[in-house]
Ligand binder design. Structure first.
Ligand code: G
Ligand code: MN
Length: 249
């Protein structure tokens, strides 16, 4: 109850911010883009983890303004970063209720045009479960976004409830292998095999494959060896404050 009230004030007070974690292309580790991750800094009470406040926002109807804020802030950020970064793209996460809502398309278009950013610089990340909650509507929204040039990424792949029957018609450009498989792949050969086969599956369907949760150089090297397209994780960078991103780059 307390958090719910605080969350509605947090947006207005500027306590919700985006951190940016780089996505790097293998094998050269060029910056392929970044993922915007929302953080809630409570001045006197410490941070609330995103798993908690995003779920809370989804349950209390506050996810809509939060998502609009994320798109707008992320687009604005692209315009604020120094030119040497080039026209890098940004990925924004959307929840189950949002991906089924046709208003998403208008909100994204409005945010992009008010910041003069092309839609081809945006990736929308959506989990398998979000897609499965209302297949028809999410399919329609994502297909429309792709027509406009937005990339679609299936997040946390391998942990949700999608089936192969649905997979073959998923309107997506990218698969992100869930970090639970990636983090363990040097210790657990089963995880390594899953990662390898998901890469093959993604490529068979013309998708780029990203491994998230890359925490060591060994994992990065192995991913490069088995043909993964992109890596993201603490080994390269934690989610960074906006001004730290160009410094890191
Ligand atoms: O589900 P999604 O991929 O959007 O989750 C991203 C979350 O994973 C972020 O909260 C981010 O801080 C975290 N994360 C990013 N890289 C790593 C990593 O290398 N290891 C771990 N344990 N978590 C990570
Ligand atoms: Mn994500």
């Amino acid at each position: 109850w307390d958090l719910e009230t605080q969350l509605s004030n947090a947006l207005e007070q500027g306590d919700l911010v985006l951190a940016y974690q780089p996505k790097l292309a293998l094998p050269d580790l060029e910056i392929a883009g970044c993922e915007a991750l929302m953080r809630w800094n409570r001045p006197d009470a410490g941070n609330v983890p995103p798993e908690i406040f995003i779920d809370l926002a989804e349950m209390t109807g506050q996810i809509d303004p939060l998502t609009r804020f994320a798109f707008h802030r992320a687009f604005r950020q692209l315009g604020e970063w120094p030119k040497f970064l080039g026209p890098i793209g940004v990925a924004v996460n959307v929840t189950p209720s949002i991906v089924c809502n046709p208003d998403l398309v208008d909100a994204i278009q409005a945010a992009a045009s008010s910041c003069s950013v092309g839609l081809e610089r945006l990736t929308v990340e959506v989990t398998e479960n979000a897609l499965m909650s209302d297949r028809e509507r999410s399919h329609r929204v994502l297909s429309r976004l792709r027509e406009l040039g937005v990339r679609v990424s299936i997040d946390d792949f391998g942990t949700g409830h999608s089936s192969l029957a649905y997979f073959k018609q998923i309107p997506a450009d990218e698969l992100k292998i869930d970090k639970s498989f990636v983090m363990n792949m040097m210790a657990d050969e089963s995880d390594a095999r899953i990662v390898e086969q998901v890469i093959a599956l993604g490529h068979a369907f013309g998708l780029k494959v990203v491994a998230e949760g890359v925490e060591t150089a060994e994992v990065a090297a192995r991913l490069a060896a088995i043909g993964c397209d992109c890596v993201q994780g603490f080994h390269f960078a934690k989610p960074l404050a906006p001004r730290d991103f160009p410094a890191w780059a």
